[in-house]
Ligand binder design. Structure first.
Ligand code: OAD
Length: 279
């Protein structure tokens, strides 16, 4: 027998959740879809399939630093739609907050730039906004802060206003969200090694795990630490019991295939946490 207990079903995971002290949650865009915010890569509905009006060389160019330096206007235009406000946290976010209230949450690593974790009530120190957010803005390539409200107003007023703001600040003003070609916030690298040393349970929700280095966080927990994927599609480096590639006693990964909100509700129900989640 392995030196750890198997965890091969959602009910086994729920049981382990009841005693976990250092839960880490990894979030992607799927966790915010039920709030009305599209994800990136779902065919048809995802953001990357709906950028034709921007005439981009490739969809990800809208978040690409080299492209932004050549032509910032597509991102500025899109940012008017992405800017937080008017969206409410989902059951998935409330579940993470519940883990925090129960003193079981070590950290929530999110790729999302919608700040719905904060809106659900998670304190700043519990969240790693791995791809940044709209809390602040700076000048590209320079250590100069730009009041985020000024940038928001300029993008709303139009291309000339953004050009004027950039001239005023001596460079391209950009919300502090992480573009392709940029390093992740320092916090990510500072906290991840220690956090994953302590991690005794991992929940991964609503992400395609296609973007590095975030995606590799899913491989960081120690051997034997239960990992749950809640996602519409099967993704990532997991070995589920249905794969049949491991003897059942070695399985510690669980897949709930479906929507994040349904997954957290089912997990909460099995763990006796549903009344708290719904209150
Ligand atoms: P993706 O759009 O790549 O993946 C979303 C995943 O969630 C897909 O596997 C969907 O099937 C799944 N999904 C969608 N709706 C869901 C729901 N309601 N419940 C459960 N699953 C659902 O989004 P991310 O993985 O977050 O980066 O994308 C990662 C990064 O790529 C983003 O942070 C962004 C993007 O480029 C930057 O902009 C820097």
């Amino acid at each position: 027998a392995p030196p750890y207990a198997r965890c091969s079903s959602l009910s086994e995971f729920a049981q382990r959740l009841q005693s976990a002290r250092h839960v880490i949650v990894l979030l992607g865009a799927g966790a915010s879809v039920s709030a009305g915010i599209p994800d990136f890569r779902s065919p048809g509905t995802g953001l990357y399939d709906n950028l034709a009006k921007y005439n981009l060389p490739f969809p990800e160019a809208v978040f690409d630093l080299d492209f932004f330096v050549q032509n910032p206007w597509p991102f500025y235009q899109l940012s008017r739609e992405l800017w937080p406000g008017g969206y409410s946290p989902t059951a998935a976010h409330h579940f993470v907050k519940l883990l925090h209230d129960r003193q079981q949450l070590l950290r929530c690593y999110t790729q999302n730039i919608d700040s719905l974790e904060a809106l659900a009530g998670l304190p700043k120190d519990k969240v790693v906004a791995a791809h940044g957010n709209f809390d602040s803005a700076h000048v590209v390539g320079r250590d100069v802060e730009v009041p985020i409200e000024l940038l928001r107003e300029a993008t709303l007023r139009g291309e000339d206003a953004t050009r004027e703001l950039n001239e005023q600040y001596g460079g391209l003003c950009k919300p502090s969200i992480t573009f392709f070609g940029e390093a992740l916030p320092k916090r990510f690298g500072e906290l991840a090694p220690e956090d994953f040393e302590l991690c005794d349970l991992l929940v991964v929700m609503g992400t395609s795990l296609k973007v590095q280095p975030f995606a590799c966080l899913a491989t960081f927990p120690s051997v034997g630490v239960p990992r749950l994927l809640i996602n519409r599609d099967r993704v990532g480096p997991f070995h589920f019991v249905s794969d049949g590639d491991l003897p059942i006693d070695l399985v510690t990964d669980v897949f709930f295939q479906g929507d994040c909100d349904d997954g957290v509700r089912e997990l909460a129900r099995l763990a006796g946490m549903l009344p708290a989640l719904e209150s």
